[in-house]
Design a protein around this ligand. Structure first.
Ligand code: NAD
Length: 414
């Protein structure tokens, strides 16, 4: 249930593992597109999976009652941020209610697995009561409930799903644990059985930790820049320490995406709700907010932005995806527009989504065309094609990701 980045990848990968899968969603165009053989989102390896399994072991549908003919339902609906930072459970509650009503009409056991990212306590305190009410069953008697967090990264989602570092299962009862153990038992990785709330916390704490690493190195990187040190040399030296590792220690213009910002905000809101001050979580979010401003300050230290043509290279929140949710390109473009720049944008995959947010800027079909239309370039996403120095000539390049080195160049933290 929920055929977005997580649901579609999960569905197609489970089909690849030999299961019969129905991907359910409420958005008709999405479902129709999948059933025509066209993936509604870009993710490496996904087209091949759809081609292989569509109408064989895999189908998409808006008819949620099809869940009745299955044994297990993974709920993969979105859990976006609310204004106060807490996670909005509207879609999750709705999905649980609808699913419960469907389970009420089915014979035999049904396992419901929450895959959406939620705060600890949500599956047991929110999802389970809704399911029990609407299905007329209780957990352990014809109904199983589990939480199985998803750790896939957009851009490498299929590989991450098929080759996980670990699988986490938080199940309400023995039968649910066994079913999930069977589904995921074939992976060559530890399968951890923990309490339901611990499974939920493992996911959000992992994301908060990774986001902390990024903001930490960005703060060190900002200091390095001021002191004339290349933070990338520092990271090389730090990363060889096996206690630290170089992963997620890449300084730049900050993290975006549909997970890190919202999950950290969610944890911070949960801490506040419990009367605690989330000192570290607040700080890492603040560092992240300021990085796009640093890019603009760097640009302004080299030229007058008002009326100038500025190319923004990369709109997706990371390479390998068309997802622009909380991309650092969003605050950057907003800041450039506020300063009166003539903004030109290029991204190989994410233009359409961005155009809906910023119809007033100019979009280009190729990186060459975008660069040629401007006086200076700001690199926001590390698409490999931006790494060719020949692309930029002697234009000023402000690099937010460390993808290139040109003659007229400045880097955010180096
Ligand atoms: P998404 O917005 O891409 O997809 C959610 C889908 O759910 C949408 O297609 C929507 O139409 C559908 N939906 C909403 N209500 C529904 C209902 N009642 N019945 C059926 N479908 C319904 O979201 P996503 O990026 O796939 O994320 C889903 C969840 O997984 C979130 O909680 C997210 O935090 C978590 N997560 C995301 C990632 C990621 O990289 N995107 C990774 C791990 C975990």
């Amino acid at each position: 249930m929920g055929t977005g980045y997580v649901g579609l990848v999960t569905g197609l990968c489970l089909a690849e593992l030999g299961h019969d899968v129905t991907c359910l969603d409420v958005v008709e165009e999405k479902v129709a597109s999948i059933n025509r053989g066209v993936n509604p989102l870009y993710e490496e390896g996904l087209d091949e999976l759809l081609e292989r399994h569509l109408n064989e072991r895999f189908i998409a549908s808006t008819d949620l009652s099809m869940a009745k003919d299955t044994d297990v339902t993974f709920i993969c609906v979105g859990t976006p941020s609310r204004e106060d930072g807490s996670l909005d459970l509207t879609y999750l509650k709705e999905a649980a209610r609808e699913l419960g009503e469907i389970i009420a009409k089915k014979e035999g056991h049904h396992l419901v697995v929450v895959k959406s990212t939620v705060m600890p306590g949500t599956t047991e305190d929110v999802v389970t009561p809704i399911l029990e009410n609407s299905s007329g069953r209780i957990v352990g008697e014809g109904l199983g409930v589990a939480m199985n967090p998803e750790f896939l990264r957009e851009g490498t989602a299929v590989r991450d799903f098929m080759e996980p570092d670990r699988v986490v299962i938080g199940a309400s009862d023995k039968r649910s644990r066994e079913i999930l153990g069977e589904i995921f038992g074939g992976f060559d990785c530890p399968v951890l059985e923990v309490g339901v709330s611990a499974a939920e916390m493992i996911k959000v704490a992992s994301n908060a930790f990774l986001a902390t690493k990024i903001s930490f190195i960005n703060e060190i990187g900002n200091l390095c820049k001021d002191m004339g040190i290349d933070v990338r040399d520092v990271v090389r030296g730090m990363g060889h320490d096996s206690r630290i590792s170089p992963k997620f220690l890449r300084a730049g213009c900050g993290f975006g995406g549909s997970c890190f910002p919202k999950d950290v905000r969610g944890l911070a809101a949960e801490s506040r709700r419990r009367g605690m001050e989330p000192i570290m979580l607040d700080a890492l979010l603040k560092v992240n907010e300021l990085q796009p401003e640093r890019l603009v300050q760097l640009l302004e230290s080299r030229m007058d932005v008002m009326g100038a043509g500025i190319s923004v290279m990369g709109l997706a929140f990371k390479p390998g995806t068309d997802d622009i949710r909380e991309s650092r390109a969003i605050p950057l473009v907003r800041l450039l527009l506020e300063r009166g720049a003539d903004v030109h944008c290029y991204d190989p995959k994410a233009t359409e989504g961005f155009r809906r947010l910023f119809p007033q800027v100019t979009y280009h079909q190729s990186p060459e065309e975008c660069v040629e239309s401007s006086d200076a370039v700001v690199i926001v996403t590390e698409w490999p094609e931006f790494g060719d120095p020949g692309l930029y000539g002697d234009r000023l390049v402000i690099d937010g990701r460390g993808v290139v080195r040109t003659t007229n160049y400045d880097g955010i933290c180096w």
